[in-house]
Ligand binder design. Structure first.
Ligand code: AMO
Length: 426
């Protein structure tokens, strides 16, 4: 039985509870245990004369051991939910070594992050840390539900590829039966293949692998992308979906009062549609506000932060220059240097996307213009030869979305076992 289910209505009943020993206090002939499970805690009060065997066993218990307790529910005014357990039997399912490598119940924000991630199995036992994952799960469930109702089909695409999916160098190479292969940096190539060739509205929630040597609070080497690709639309057709996802996520998170209270946070209200500001306007804004920037470059972290300070609500930056856009992005008709690539900024970049280039000859030119060899993209180029619908889409960084909405200090907080430049274990 889950501890959360035990309340005064169960008073007098015999129950069996399972959990971790969070605290042990022995005072002469009376002992108090605090037992914890994933949702709650309960006090077990053992009197030596009433349950002598349990009392003896209790003395050997170490903090964080796993136990099963059979006992009677008793009303107890001062206890949480007004009840405690009077034990009849105690079974030690697995004793924990002592001392623990660190105290998982200390103020986690001020505990050394590396210690916490080294001992994540203990860290995740802190209800506040666990709250991040309950929120993550609830958010994902709500967003998946939204996608289902919007008529999207959930697909899965390969994570081992014959080429770098983003055409970039930040790619992990692996050995694939004696051939060089790469871990997918995104599902870009195959999501285009699927939306363009099947006509379904594609979405996938998928790992991305990036060999970026960035040691920041926003970068992981393995993270989760929420990917969307829609046939027969340009970027204007995908913006409402992205806005919808962010809004549904924020509305869902706001419902989880217990977790928000534990983390002492509030979720910002999101109102849609988001502002749409062109790349050219953003460059002008920065130049007018003491942060000079060359046209044709990508925004640095500082420049993004400055834009956020000036605009202070989620916004799309559209019509990025071709110099910044990836090879698969459609150019803007009648404008030599602009593309249909966009970013969504919410404090920082949460998503990027584009209207894609679907014309075979133009795609080959795009690859060449980026210094990439079309021969390495032969199988991708085949996707466009036999009637591929025009399409647009985006990739949203799931950890960044969640961390932004719940004001987590670092994206690593919302990954159970983070992978970064410096971390490949546990
Ligand atoms: P992009 O490379 O911008 O676009 O990635 C999409 C989104 O993923 C998130 N992100 C990251 N999150 C954590 N750690 C990282 N190292 C990291 N890098 C990126 C960001 C980013 O906006 N194929 C395109 C998307 C598309 O056009 O559909 C792509 O991968 O939130």
């Amino acid at each position: 039985m889950g501890l959360i289910e035990i309340d005064s209505s169960k008073s007098g009943q015999e129950v069996v509870i399972n959990g971790w020993v969070q605290a042990i206090r022995i005072k002469g002939k009376i002992a108090f245990l605090v037992i914890r499970d994933a949702d709650s805690t309960i006090q077990v009060t053992c009197l030596k004369n009433k349950a002598p065997e349990v009392f003896e066993k209790l003395k050997q218990l170490t903090q964080e051991s796993v136990v099963a307790v059979k006992g009677t529910v008793k009303e107890h005014k001062e206890a949480p939910r007004g009840v405690e357990i009077s034990p009849l039997e105690l079974q030690i399912l697995n004793p924990a070594l002592t001392p623990l490598p660190f105290d998982p119940f200390a103020d986690y924000i001020n505990t050394n992050k590396d210690t916490r991630f080294d001992w994540r199995i203990l860290d995740l036992r802190n209800p506040a840390v666990l709250a991040y994952f309950k929120l993550r799960s609830a958010m994902l469930f709500a967003v998946n539900n939204y996608m289902h109702h919007e008529g999207f089909t959930f697909w899965s695409t390969p994570k081992v590829l014959g080429q770098s999916s983003e055409g970039g160098a930040d790619v992990f190479s692996i050995d694939w039966f004696g051939k060089q292969a790469y871990l997918a940096m995104s599902p870009q190539l195959h999501k285009q293949a699927i939306a363009g060739n099947t006509g379904t509205k594609f979405y996938e929630v998928t790992p991305y692998f990036r060999a970026e040597k960035s040691r920041t609070r926003r970068h992981l080497a393995e993270f989760t992308g929420f990917d969307v690709e829609i046939p027969f639309v340009t970027e204007e057709g995908v913006w409402p979906v992205l806005e919808g996802i962010v809004k549904v996520a924020s509305d869902e998170l706001r419902k989880h009062k217990k977790e928000l209270e534990l983390l002492n946070i509030q979720i910002p209200e999101v109102s849609t549609p988001f502002k749409r500001i062109s790349y050219d306007e953003c460059v002008e804004l920065l130049n007018q506000n003491g942060m000079p920037m060359e046209w044709g470059e990508d925004f640095s972290t500082e420049q993004e932060a400055k834009l956020w300070e000036l605009i202070n609500e989620p916004f799309f930056i559209f019509h990025f220059p071709k110099s910044v856009a990836k090879f698969y992005v459609h150019g803007v008709e009648g404008k030599e240097k602009h593309s249909h690539a966009f970013d969504l900024i919410f404090k920082h970049e949460l998503a990027s996307g584009a209207w894609r280039e679907h014309r075979y000859e133009q795609l080959v030119k795009n690859l060449e213009n980026k210094g990439l060899n079309p021969e390495n993209f032969e199988s991708y180029l085949e996707f466009f030869k036999y009637g591929c619908a025009p399409h647009a889409g985006f990739g949203l960084g799931l950890e960044r979305l969640l961390a932004t909405l719940i004001s987590a200090p670092d994206v690593r907080e919302v990954v159970a076992f983070p992978r970064t430049v410096d971390r490949l274990a546990p």
